[in-house]
Design a protein. Sequence first.
Length: 291
Amino acid sequence: MQLLFRYAFLKQQDIPLALADWQYGLLVLSTVLLAAAGYVINNILDVATDRINKPNDVVIGKGISETRGYNIYIGLNITGVAIGCYLSNVIMRPTFAVIFILIASVLYFYSTSLKQIMVLGNFVVAAVLSFSVIIIGVFDLFPATNAENQAQMASMFSILIDYALFAFMINFIREIVKDIEDVNGDYNQGMNTLPIAIGNSRAAKIALGFAIIPFILCLLYINKYFLENNLYIVTLYAFAFVLAPLLYFIVKTFGAKSQKEFHHLSNVLKLILLFGILSILVITLNIKYNA
């Protein structure tokens, strides 16, 4: 996603960027390392739950010992934060290193406590994912902004924020769906997720209600930014690969009951997120084609 935004979108605009290609590669690497660390600590602390929900996917205690898992977790975090500190100095904003420390801390507290708090855990995961879009602007656009290009840079940043909001909404819905899918294991571990608190049926209705919001917002966005600018290729793409799957999700959620059905709906949301991010490439190509 980060590579796509840089090379399929930002590099195609007539704007300066703060990071060299290899430095941007380090930003991507740092993001991946911190995300991987988050997965590792989550797997370590979720062994008991995963033995019920996903017995075939349990790694800690089978292929990797818990001690080795913690060592991997610490190594990934130290490397990710160290790269972040280096990049913060490259752009002459050393205080920005705090961002990477905060991300590592939030992912740790999510796994240890926040995920057990109804809705808050879902919100945190979705927010961290969306920030992986915003961080592109923080490190590549903001340091290269000056009085002459401020308006253009603000426009680029606003597009990143639009995509970050889209990623947040879709992933927030997916986190609720995953909680419904994993309700049995979570209940046995004494967690207080939304489906445990109000039941699977009501939680599914809330997920459905939230799904209507990005559906309507995408329709408005398409009308305002794509149709008014005669970007018909990306309009067709958005209808076929974002809105149609989102409508499918909304319809299927009405009748979903089993763990298998909610697992399928979770995968549908993954695809919607993927196709939504890929639309930035289609937008760039459509603008070039029109020109």
